[in-house]
Design a protein around this ligand. Structure first.
Ligand code: GDP
Length: 452
């Protein structure tokens, strides 16, 4: 055990609720709670049992509570832990916390329970970070990836790769001990094969980051098009609410409006923009400038045009300026004849025809949005990297492995190989927390809320 303090905190959200749960963890947990609890003698009860009783300040009853007992190491923190479920009033909760403090515990720092779980070997770092993601998850997909990560899918793979590499590192280090003598314990072909195998795991993980990022942070999606194409109408339609001003006067959408739309658990951060056109109006010019900035940040562009009004050449010119995947959407299909549609389709067979105002084909557009994002089908259970820190270490690892391969190709000496392998091992270890600095830990755990 690293920590001798007994800590306590409210584990449920602050504010009035039906119940509040106070968590106490550390070596003095049982004696401390026992002194303020009237009911059975908690120190004599079995782990994983729940008991009814009262919390008392001397003779005054504060609340009737249930206490759940977890004895080390069978608890989240692997320390003795008690969870007190009391009535969810701020007054009662404060009163009970104060009693626990008076009996010798201290208030937990943000994330300290999870930090202890990590330090006591219950979770590795990737799992602990996933706890933070889980608490923050607000869509089905982000919840699923966080759960998978906590259950260790991601970390296990990394740990196995690291094992295999350590084996080779030690063989090569052994060669170095022999100095001048030309010995090769580490078979170079086997090493090359191992690196290929590692990369087969590493590269999909690296690739998954883009998808993971989508899940965690959403897809910035710009709805672009000339004024009056129907962008605001479409945005309203998608969001089912009157967020943007719809008007008949060209160029009325002056500012950038951002909103969120969840389709099949994926979060689209929809950005409506001032119309794309050259303008002399200064306020509108600012809007157009912002549109261009937003377009740069977009991962997906919905290019909307009014087919009754636009020339094919305008579309051609516009799409050369996009540097993200785009969907060509022809709006106001209600105004078009079949021949007009056919003309456009001859050049752009992929056009999706909709009517924003008449709610035609909006569901097809939603499906298309999802399909564009799901370049790689994520099945539940698939490993997805969502954390920037992990992603960076994976990249570093892969870079080091590339160096090893290059070194092998050029038959460099063992000490050069050893250096790159050590580098790769270091970065893999950073992900699971086998190698960490105190600063990094403090940084990661400070992002948690108190009580987690
Ligand atoms: P924006 O400038 O691109 O944001 O365009 P708006 O959403 O303000 O729409 C411009 C005009 O086109 C408004 O009068 C809308 O009612 C109209 N409009 C939008 N969608 C359709 C559609 O599908 N069919 C028809 N006929 N008119 C539409």
């Amino acid at each position: 055990m690293f920590n001798q303090d007994t800590i306590c905190a409210l584990a449920t959200a602050q504010g009035i609720g039906a119940i509040g749960v106070i968590r106490v963890s550390g070596p003095e947990t049982f004696p401390i709670v026992n002194r303020i609890f009237k009911g059975k003698n908690l120190e004599k009860q079995l782990s994983h049992t729940i008991h009814f009783g009262t919390i008392r300040d001397n003779q005054t009853i504060i609340d009737e509570v249930l206490v759940s007992l977890f004895k080390a190491p069978s608890s989240y923190t692997r320390e003795d832990t008690i969870e007190i479920s009391c009535h969810g009033s701020d007054f009662i909760i404060q009163k009970i916390l104060k009693l626990i403090l008076r009996e010798g515990a201290r208030l937990a720092n943000p994330g300290e329970f999870t930090q202890r779980a990590f330090l006591n070997g219950q979770l590795d770092l990737a799992q602990a970070e996933a706890v933070a993601d889980l608490i923050a998850s607000d869509s089905e997909a982000s919840h699923q990836t966080a759960i998978n990560q906590i259950r260790g899918g991601f970390s296990k793979q990394i740990a196995q790769l690291r094992e295999a590499l350590i084996h080779f590192a030690s063989l090569i280090e052994l060669e170095l001990d022999f100095g001048e003598e030309e010995v090769e314990f580490a078979d170079r072909d086997d090493l090359r094969q191992l690196i290929f195998k590692i990369q087969q795991v590493l590269i999909p993980l690296i690739d998954s980051f883009e998808m993971g990022n989508v899940i965690k942070n959403g897809v910035p999606t710009v709805i672009a098009g000339k004024p009056n194409a129907g962008k605001s109408t479409l945005l309203n339609r998608l969001l089912n609410e009157e967020k943007a001003i719809v008007s008949d006067i060209a160029g009325t959408t002056r500012d950038v409006i951002e909103d969120e739309l969840f389709i099949e658990g994926i979060r689209f951060r929809l950005i409506d923009t001032a119309g794309l056109r050259k303008t002399t109006d200064t306020i509108e010019a600012i809007g157009v400038e912002r549109t261009l900035q937003q377009m740069d940040k977009a991962s997906l562009i919905v290019y909307l045009f009014d087919a009754s009004e636009i020339q094919l050449t305008e579309i051609a010119q516009q799409i050369t300026e996009f540097n993200a995947p785009y969907i060509l959407v022809g709006n106001k299909v209600d105004k078009l004849s079949a021949t007009q549609k056919a003309e456009f389709e001859a050049t752009y067979p992929d056009i999706l025809w909709i009517s924003a105002s008449e709610n035609k084909n909006i569901d097809t557009l939603k499906d298309t949005l999802v399909r564009k994002v799901k370049t790689r089908e994520i099945k539940s259970g698939d490993t997805v990297v969502t954390n920037l820190r992990h992603y960076q270490h994976l990249l570093q690892t892969n870079g080091a492995l590339e160096n090893v391969l290059e070194g092998l190709a050029q038959s460099v000496t063992g000490d050069f190989l050893a250096q790159d392998i050590r580098f790769a091992l270091h970065h893999l270890g950073e992900i699971t927390g086998q190698i960490t600095t105190d600063d990094l830990l403090a940084n990661i755990f400070s992002k948690f809320c108190i009580g987690k």
